[in-house]
Design a protein around this ligand. Structure first.
Ligand code: GI1
Length: 441
């Protein structure tokens, strides 16, 4: 398999997110986010680390773009920091706008296509203090914020993603409590999920007026859910978990309704399900972004809140403890495309590895093998009819891995956090050769 086996307009890129790489957490008018608060709260982040400095990308973006250019990526997916661009619900921070204008112009100067994620979890604290994703007004605040981005950047940026993984923002942030704002309330999670979907819809509505020649979509967690054992009960919980994680955020956008089995279970547990604005939520999109990493093995467990528990699988695992399961990418690409008939991008795929640097080198052969096997499954899906338009590797450089702090390295570029020096890992050199057509896998 080689680069030319992919469609000629297929794009390969790398992805990052504002809070994970930018640093400058209180510079040039940026106001606090819920992640600034959460990461400064003792015990929330491994080793009590935070994103105050991260990869210092705010000051080093030109160097980072040069690295992307050197590797030869076609596109770069990055997120906008809402609290860097907005001082409050109405006023924009000009210095924040300036930063992203410079970033976008430098990308275009280097023939790298910018893909903007409007929201990748760093909610401004001033909105959290108004109720955050639990306050129905947030959908219109998000529309106002989105409109400011469309008006300032839409002349040059034609590919937009409204939200990154609303499942994480709602379930990890409001039910499991391991992400900001750290709540543990299922009803809140369902409310937040609905307001995230509403915010997505209102953003799409504004986009159609303000960036008429652009494409917009949403990125969802997309995990292959499989039964731990071949029992009827385990197959039943597969259906339920697939609806609760994947379907809950795909179905409303295409069908204008929540998946019925998960909905029934939630209602049977006394959870209110929301229906308002389904016409807004299901505004036509141009693509889905798929974040695929691994599978989830589930077992029927009647004693658990959703009657299932997750079982540890036997396959080789990454540093995150996630099984390496490239076939699952093929399965999910087919499943999502055939169910929703909407063009797809892989907006994240990659692995955390035991990366050690020696004399400026990182021999991450395991990451090359991971990417190679996932590229092969993406190509197989294309050959089997999936309209897959691109593939973004997570991630450009090692960065702040949320609750894991800096302990997990996903980058194809190694970040030395003490010197802020960047080092191309073997996987970056491999990718460069693949993109140049030098490698036939
Ligand atoms: C099951 O993994 C999720 O889909 C997922 C994995 N990841 C993500 N979502 C987030 O979008 C990134 O910000 C993370 O850095 C990245 C690596 O953890």
């Amino acid at each position: 398999m080689e680069r030319n086996d992919f469609p000629k307009d297929f794009i390969f890129g790398v992805a990052t997110a504002s809070y994970q790489i930018e640093g400058a957490y209180n510079e040039d008018g940026k106001v606090p986010s819920i992640w600034d608060v959460f990461s400064h709260t003792p015990g929330k982040i491994k080793n009590n680390e935070n994103g105050d400095v991260a990869c210092d990308h705010y000051h080093r973006y030109e160097e980072d773009i040069k690295i992307m250019k050197d590797i030869g990526v076609d596109a770069y997916r990055f997120s906008i920091s809402w609290p860097r661009v907005m001082k409050n619900t109405k006023e924009k921070n000009e210095k924040g706008i300036d930063f992203y204008n410079k970033l976008i112009d430098k990308l275009l100067e280097n023939n790298i296509i910018p893909f903007i994620t409007i929201y990748h979890w760093d909610l401004p604290l001033f909105l959290y203090e108004k109720g955050g994703w639990l306050n129905d007004d947030i959908a219109l605040y998000f529309q106002d914020y989105s409109s400011i981005l469309f008006q300032n950047f839409g002349d040059r940026v034609k590919h937009w993603i409204t939200l990154n993984e609303p499942w994480c923002s709602s379930f990890l942030g409001y039910f499991y409590g391991i992400h900001a704002p750290g709540h543990k309330n299922l009803q809140e999670a369902i409310k937040a999920a609905h307001n995230l979907l509403r915010a997505h819809g209102y953003s799409v509505e504004a986009f159609r007026d303000l960036v008429k020649d652009g494409k917009i979509g949403i990125t969802n967690v997309t995990t292959k859910v499989e039964p731990a054992d071949e029992t009827e009960e385990d197959f039943y919980v597969v259906l339920l978990v697939d609806e609760l994680t994947n379907g809950w955020f795909y179905d409303p956008i295409i069908f204008g309704r929540y998946p019925e089995n998960a909905r029934a279970i939630l209602q049977r547990n006394g959870i209110d399900i929301f229906e308002n604005d389904m016409d807004i939520i299901s505004k036509k999109i141009d693509f889905f972004g798929i974040n695929y990493y691994t599978r989830q093995l589930v077992k029927y467990a009647p004693e658990e809140p959703f009657m299932f528990k997750t079982i540890e699988g036997e396959l080789e695992k990454t540093e995150m403890g996630w099984e390496i399961y490239p076939e699952g990418l093929y399965d999910m690409l087919l499943k999502i495309y055939n169910r929703y008939k909407t063009p797809l991008y892989i907006t994240e795929n990659g692995m955390a590895g035991p990366d050690k640097i020696e004399n400026g080198k990182v021999h991450d052969t395991y990451r090359i093998n991971y990417l190679k096997s996932h590229f092969e499954n993406a190509l197989k899906a294309i050959k089997d009819g999936v309209d897959l338009k691109g593939y973004f590797i997570w991630t450009l450089m090692d960065n702040f891995e949320w609750a894991e702090g800096y302990s997990k390295r996903f980058g194809i570029v190694y970040t030395d956090y003490t010197t802020q020096k960047r080092y191309l890992k073997d996987s970056a050199i491999w990718l460069k050769k693949f993109l140049e057509g030098e490698i036939n896998l």
